[in-house]
Design a protein around this ligand. Structure first.
Ligand code: ADP
Length: 538
């Protein structure tokens, strides 16, 4: 028997109608390239989004067409987030930190028809201009006449009357947005987010069991809007009426702290490297910025070192919430909140639990597969994490590399090696390609890194496999020392010794001025492996 409920379609326009009717007075604050702050209200945002939608239609954009952005976090990019899906087109946020060849590849692969590009990024665009095939290029935030052959966004939308825009009826399963994986292995692969997935993911962000966003929050996504929809925060904030603070191109600790304090941010999100920088800046600050209303710093994309979580809490009274996700999972998959059972447990135990990647979001199911099948949830047996849920990809866009990532029974294989404990809390041991295989056993690079970063002299640490004639692979620790601090390899080894089996301990330590980072600000271990594994040794 069929249920008798409406088949209401979960679409991006449904979020916008609500924003317009209920949250018109809520604010969006953006830092511009010249460092000044731009402010407007949701009602202005919705109006301009409709104007963009009309302009796109006038330029011949049809349902299913791809419209690309090359843009930092700011109000005009937000307008594209909503304006493009409002005409059933697909927003393709190009990761501007990708190598130029990859940008050319993904623009071509996605068959993007139109590009919206920041004036501040025109130089980057010039590097790919000759090799890409956009029919039209529209410049955002132009402060001077736009280059020959391009259009000025402000002029374009000013010509449209927002009153004439009517939202089309959109089927919730149609594509609204797309992101490419950063291609740390092989070519980037395209993930197509449906309207339905974006809406359900937004609802997920509003659950108190995940991160509990509400309309009382002021949210600053430091995670770029060109990286997995800025973790879905723009969609969730518009759905819930939360004030948005968008930091533009200025991602240095001082600029971010200034916005956190000045705009009274309650919720912020980004990768660990951003927070490691902020932690050092706060530690050094002579005058404490007022961050008293900041309730959550959501950290994910790479493992948040437990020492960092503890340092923020103990030294600055700030709460880090650790989460895990991927481009293929929209991205939120697991969140680490303290389980009820650990209320009142000793600090250390609570911290150990919170430093894990946490429990899957409601509607997301997980399991892990080891060499002999699905592993028990015993917190010990490692396996590759698989998941399924309404915001998990079911396949890649036009790719030959599907086979090994999606199981026959409909789960997505993450490529992450995890253990899952009896409460369902996940701990990432490594990515399959980063795990160190020493004498047939696995050493977790992530656990060694976290332990090293707990040393008072260490700012950053990445551990990679180097070829070894006897053990096949051994761990090599690449270490960045804090300013003015010193430590030797011998000291670091002694520091690690009580925490790990002897055969886990790296013999080699390389002291570097910086760890190379990926386009998303994660440690670029492939570069370190290439640097320290000379070809004749591999
Ligand atoms: P990529 O890193 O390939 O550019 P993603 O941004 O999709 O693309 O990264 C997803 C990967 O990042 C996950 O598979 C996992 O390895 C890693 N990751 C994400 N969050 C965490 C976390 N909290 N702890 C450890 N690893 C994480």
């Amino acid at each position: 028997m069929e249920g008798l409920m409406m088949d209401y379609q979960l679409t991006v326009p449904s979020l916008m109608r609500r924003a317009e009717q209920i949250y018109g007075a809520r604010e969006v604050v953006s830092r511009l390239p010249d460092r000044s702050l731009h402010r407007y209200r949701f009602r202005d945002f919705v109006r301009r989004t409709k104007q963009l939608a009309l302009a796109l239609r006038r330029m011949g954009i049809r349902p299913g067409d791809r419209v690309a952005t090359l843009s930092w976090n700011h109000y005009a990019h937000l307008e594209a987030y909503f304006g493009v899906p409002s005409v059933e087109a697909v927003l393709h946020t190009i990761n501007l930190r990708l190598p130029v060849d990859d940008i050319v590849y993904i623009a071509d692969h996605a068959e993007d028809r139109i590009l919206l590009v920041d004036e501040a990024l025109l130089q980057l665009f010039e590097q790919v201009r000759e090799r890409t095939h956009f029919e039209k290029v529209i410049v955002l935030q132009a402060t001077r006449p736009v280059p020959e052959g391009m259009l000025d966004y402000e002029e374009l939308i000013a010509a449209e009357d927002p009153q004439t825009f009517v939202y089309p009826d959109i089927a919730e399963r149609s594509a609204a947005a797309m992101s490419y994986t950063s291609g740390t292995t092989g070519r980037p692969k395209g993930v197509l987010y449906s309207h339905r997935a974006l809406v359900l993911h937004s609802l997920g962000l509003g659950l108190a069991e995940s991160v509990g966003l509400t309309g009382r929050d002021t949210v600053m996504p430091v995670v770029p809007m060109f990286h997995v929809n800025a973790w879905g925060l723009p969609f969730a904030c518009v759905m819930l009426g939360a004030k948005l603070v968008l930091p533009g191109p200025h991602l240095d600790p001082a600029s971010l702290i200034d916005l956190l304090a000045g705009e009274k941010v309650t919720f912020t999100a980004g990768v660990p490297t951003i927070w490691l920088g902020i932690l050092q800046a706060l530690d050094k600050a002579t005058e404490r910025p007022d961050l008293s209303v900041l309730r959550t710093m959501l950290v994910g994309g790479a493992a948040a070192p437990p020492s960092m979580i503890a340092a923020f809490e103990k030294r600055h009274g700030l709460r880090v919430v650790h989460a895990w996700g991927m481009t293929e999972t929209t991205p939120l998959g697991t969140v680490s909140n303290l389980p009820l059972e650990l209320d009142g447990a000793p600090d250390e135990e609570q911290m150990r639990s919170r430093a894990r990647q946490g429990v899957s979001m409601p509607l997301v199911e997980i399991r892990a597969r080891g060499e002999s099948g699905i592993v028990p949830w015993d917190g010990m047996t490692p396996g590759e994490l698989e998941l399924r849920g309404p915001w998990v990809a079911s396949s890649y866009y036009r790719s030959d590399e599907q086979g090994d990532r999606f199981t026959a029974d409909g789960w997505f294989r993450t490529g992450d090696i995890v253990t899952i404990d009896a409460t369902g809390s996940v701990q990432i041991q490594d990515r399959i390609k980063d795990v160190i295989k020493s004498g047939g056993e696995w050493i977790s690079s992530v656990l060694l890194e976290n332990a090293l970063m707990a040393h008072p002299s260490v700012a950053e640490a990445a551990v990679v496999a180097v070829a070894d004639p006897k053990w096949q692979e051994r761990p090599l620790a690449c270490v960045v020392l804090r300013e003015g601090e010193s430590a030797t390899g011998e000291e670091l080894r002694e520091f690690l010794a009580p925490q790990f089996p002897k055969w886990w301990l790296p013999e080699e330590y390389a002291f570097l001025p910086a760890i190379p980072k990926t386009s998303a600000g994660k440690f670029l271990k492939s570069a370190l492996r290439a640097q320290f594994n000379r070809p004749n040794e591999v």
